[in-house]
Ligand binder design. Sequence first.
Ligand code: PSU
Ligand code: MN
Length: 308
Amino acid sequence: MNLPPFFSLSPEVQRARRLRQPLVALETAVVTHGLPYPVNASLAADMEAQVRSHGAVPATVGVVRGKVCIGLESADLEHLASDKPMRKISRRDFGAAIARGESGGTTVAGTLLAAHLAGIRVFATGGIGGVHREAPFDVSADLPALAETPLVVVCAGAKSILDLPATLERLETLSVPVVGYRTDDFPAFYARRSGLPVPLRADSPREVVALAQAHWQMGLRSAVLLVVPPPEESALPEDFMERAVSQALEEAHTQGISGQAVTPFLLSRVAALTEGRSLQANLDLLLNNARLAAQVAAAFPDVGRKMV
Ligand code: PSU
Ligand code: MN
């Protein structure tokens, strides 16, 4: 596969590609914009460790000084985690960042694009972007990217700051199968349940892979969205979470927050309003998703076994 010259693959990822070992893409907008320093840096390393210990090779995606990195060296990860300001790179932002030699964290949309070019089939994130509440014109670029990029995306549903019913409807329109992992209820990111039924269910990584392969063999190019509830120990009660989300939304409205700043603003306000409980839930669900993504990647029938 010929990648553009501004791609940079880590030695670990290059080796995995050569040996056809299972690879899991990880995003970095969560590092640059979703979590505070220094937990963002340790979280990224912990997600990679989860992937490694569950039979796959992590490929953390980010843009470092104009290079699209697939697999990040620790110095580059530290640069993304601590140096400010950083770009938030969705699909439309690559051209500018590459041409100007800038750095930034890739969103779900951005990571999907880069990971697909690098031949990766599985991706773990926290919660996808979607249709914003009371602002149906603000729709995350994650949705069209999911519609056009054939990866299994493991997440805890869509971020609870969003309009979840509208996001699910849009995913249906975009032909993205939404598959509950051992659940029939669409998870609400910080909370285990949203009360919305999830249209499909799978109970094992093999089942997920069989569904995804058949989906793509039908000629479809959309992602398969695998949604898994956040771990019980740190998940927030729905009403508690909802109170914090409503207040954060109100503050965003009065302060006139717009564009790319909306999601990071809401996540950090919810963290403050829940006294860090949402942050703990966020960290735990990211690790949980990385673990499941590794198991799914390893369940593709054509992969080489990874020696652990
Ligand atoms: N999930 C998290 N934290 C985050 C995000 C997701 O746990 O910070 C990021 C993802 O990178 C997602 C982005 O793609 O937020 C969505 O931003 P927007 O709504 O501006 O498209
Ligand atoms: Mn937006």
